[in-house]
Structure formats: structure tokens, C-alpha cells
Ligand binder design. Sequence first.
Ligand code: ATP
Length: 319
Amino acid sequence: MKRIGLLTSGGDAPGMNAAIRSVVRSGLYFGMEVYGIERGYAGLIDNNLVKMEMRSVSNIVQCGGTKLRTARCLEMLTKEGQQKALATLEKNGIEGLVVIGGDGSFRGAKVLSEYGVPTIGIPGTIDNDLAYTDYTLGFDTAVNTCIDVINKLRDTMTSHERVCVVEVMGRHCGDIALYSGIASGAEIIVVPEIEFNMDEIVAKIRSSRANGKHSNIVVIAEGVMSAAKFAEQLQAVTEYSVRPTCIGHVQRGGSPSMSDRMLAAQFGNKAVRLLNEGIGNRVVGIHDNHIIDMDIIEAVSMKKAFNYELYETLQMISM
Ligand code: ATP
């Protein structure tokens, strides 16, 4: 394979730039030409390509966001859009493609694979909602950002003896809430995978106060409801003062953590190694500390399992 393309798609995630660097440098190592495609599938449809050189990716390993920019592109869902995307690849002689993104981006990659373009997916999303990989790129950094915010909220909540409801991202997957809740010592997490019981939450708050606690943190995933709405419901049934905070888009930004940089380096390198061997239609990931690859169709059809053991751990140790 002599010429490959690379795009970032869907929601941005810290570590995408480090993955771009790894793909470009690995491609150049194998003597390939590497073209960056701007704004995800939108740029592929509109023929927005830029040739990537050794120095195009200097000084970005530490940067959040994505240098290639990203987009959600409805046109890619249509046959016409897909044909335009294929035409761009053909016109520019691009023989293989690396797609960095989440579940939706992988569905686009699957379509291109089915049209015969060898495509490799790199899981880049803060949500950690892909079943085949233990971690996605950006998740660790996003959780660390949440922890930082929750630490600060704990200070003020304790001073005023309040309950804070903190909203984190996660429409269908509660992993950001679960991990940031455990790691910051939150007493309660509310996730889309488990129906919450307000009476039990109130009882837990009361028992913690009876045991000498001066504040409580409830971490809620956005997919359940907003922090504002949940705080209103909780305030109606508790004697303690409740305050909502939505962390919002801060979670998506920032310099990637060590873990995300390591994943980026390895995912990008593995993706290009596969293309160099003429292998396409795979996604790369990490399982039990090993970098893995899997058939793209199999990967997108897997259903993510919630980690109930971790949830129980929080219930047992945070009170
Ligand atoms: P995140 O969940 O982190 O935001 P994502 O990759 O899941 O990332 P989506 O908005 O779901 O984000 O998908 C990104 C893009 O992938 C879409 O805007 C669209 O261009 C393309 N895409 C999604 N689903 C399909 C599909 N079934 N067929 C072709 N292209 C698709």
C-alpha cells in the first residue's frame, strides 16, 4: 500500500492528535504517502485533503482536540454521499483509510470497507462505549478532568454541608460517571444502565450524614437526565441543600493523559502495520493490556456490558 488516508470523525477526544501523529509517522516509516482528510466524512465527500509530512505532526502529541478537525456528516448516511466519498479516495489514489472515531464513525468505515476500501478503525471517543475494547482513546483524560472538577466541588460542598449533583457525559454508557465517581469518592452514581431509586439515594445521604459526613456528591450521566432536573427532584425529598453542576464540554478538551498518549501511539502504529500487510476492515483496541484487532462488522455489532462489579465496589466503599 503506497498511499493512505486518515480522518477523525464524530465527537473529538483528547489523544486524537497523538493518534494522528502515530499514524502519519508509522506510514512514513513504511514508505507510504499519508493524506489527512479534514472534518471527517464531510471532508472526504468534499475532497478536503492535505498531504501530511514528518513535520506536519510536530508538537501535537500533547494537544487536545484534533488538528484535522472533526464533524458529524449526515450526507455520509446516504448512498450519494458514500459514492462521493469513494470517488474522492479513487481520484486521489488512496488505497487504505484510517478512521479515528466512535461507534458511528465505525459504521461509516464499515460502509467503505464493504465497497472494497481497506479501512481500519481507531476507537477515539471519551464515552468508552465500544464493547470490543477495554478502553477508548480520550476516556482516561475525560475522567481525570471530571475528577479534578469533583475535587473542587467537594471543597465547597463540605464547607456549606451541601449535596452536589454533577452531570458528566455519557448518553447510553455510564462509564465516565462510574470511573470518575469511584476515583473521586462520590457516594452515589446514576447511570443509564441501572434504574435509580430516589428513596435509596436519600437513605444513603442520611446515613452518611449520621456517620459524620459533611457533604455528598452524586455523579449522574447525561443520558439519565440533567443535573438541574435531578437536583430539583432530590431537593424535593431531602432536608439538605442540593446544588447542580454540569461539567459539559470541558470534558472533551485538554492535554491527553499518559494512558491516552500510550494508547494513541499503539493504536496508530497497529492500524498502519495492518494496512502495510494489506489487511483492512479491522478495528484496533486494547484487551487485557494487549493491543488487539477485530473484524469491523463484529466489533460494531457487539453490545457493551456494564461493569456491575465496579458499581458494587462504589456502593461498598463510598458511604
Ligand atoms: P461520538 O459518539 O464520540 O460522538 P461517533 O463516531 O459515534 O463519536 P457519530 O456522530 O455517531 O459519532 O458518527 C460520526 C459520523 O459517522 C456521522 O456524522 C456520519 O458521518 C458517520 N456515520 C454514522 N453512522 C453511519 C452509518 N450507519 N453509515 C455511514 N456513516 C455513518
